[in-house]
Design a protein around this ligand. Structure first.
Ligand code: DGL
Length: 273
């Protein structure tokens, strides 16, 4: 039986990726899962992120998703490789799980003229060094400067980024990044929550610095991937349906839904463990 594309994030952030997937692939059914009850992931240990991500992936497999996108940089950085190398081959040989880091790092070097790229992400993503490692494979001459932004996910999850305190933290991390290397001309929002802050971030970035968010790029790479993997594409259902699941109370989730994803969809609460 065919099934939807699973899209997973620790919370709301992956909705920015879901929106782009729907824009490019409106017929493909999608099943979104936000683990809001356990978000944020970014400050958690490697072991915990691995366990939480695997639980979410197995839940989406149990709902018949042949393919899952980890629309979360923290999970992509810390859990994807383990799932791809140690779990799928033995337990789910016909299923696929993809992340958001590879599609980004394959392209980002094309955009920088100065050769200095800034990565803004969660502490977990930054500590994993996934971005510098992956970018160096595709663009060995690019210099990567990282900045962790531990307050940004809570500001988004609590919708408090427009307040004075929220704006203070947005400016603070941008300044810290640029103090490390003023020649940065390309900044990657390496956390799927951050596009919500884009207007504010743009306000504080010097003119001429290009801001790069992942949603459309990840969706475009997914389209290309499915063209190359037509048998997987044939297993995906295509009725234009989107269902949104959260591990939090759905009422709370729906209160924030518009911020990320303007639609009338309503979420449903699920228990994944
Ligand atoms: N959206 C996740 C990411 O891309 C957020 C992380 C979190 O829960 O801290 O990294």
């Amino acid at each position: 039986m065919n099934g939807p594309i699973g899209v997973f994030d620790s919370g709301y952030g992956g909705l920015t990726v879901l929106k782009s997937i729907q824009k490019l692939m409106p017929q493909h059914d999608c099943l979104y899962l936000g683990d809001n009850a356990r978000a944020p992931y970014g400050t958690r240990s490697f072991e915990v992120i691995n366990q939480y991500t695997l639980e979410a992936v197995e839940y989406l497999f149990s709902k018949n998703c042949p393919l899952i996108i980890l629309a979360c940089n923290t999970s992509s950085a810390k859990a994807l490789r383990n799932i791809q190398q140690n779990i799928l081959p033995s337990k789910y040989p016909d299923k696929r799980v993809l992340g958001v880091i590879r599609p980004t790092t394959e392209e980002v070097g094309h955009f920088s003229k100065s050769g200095y790229v800034g990565i803004m992400g969660t502490a977990g993503t930054v500590v994993s060094n996934s971005y510098p490692i992956e970018i160096s494979k595709f663009f060995p001459k690019i210099n990567v400067i990282q900045q962790s932004c531990p307050m940004w996910v809570p500001l988004v999850e609590n919708n408090s980024f427009k307040e004075v305190g929220g704006q203070y933290y947005i400016r603070k991390y941008i300044n810290e990044l640029l103090e490390k290397e003023p020649r940065i001309d390309t900044v990657v929002l390496a956390c799927t929550h951050y596009p919500v802050l884009k207007n504010s971030i743009e306000k504080y970035l010097p003119k001429g610095v290009r801001l790069f968010d992942q949603g459309d790029l990840v969706a475009q790479k997914l389209v290309d991937y499915l063209k190359r993997h037509s048998s997987l594409n044939n297993q995906l259902s295509k009725n234009g349906n989107v269902e949104i699941l959260t591990t939090e109370k759905s009422k709370k989730f729906d209160g924030h839904l518009n911020l990320f994803y303007n639609s009338n969809n309503q979420s449903r609460t699920v228990q994944i463990v």
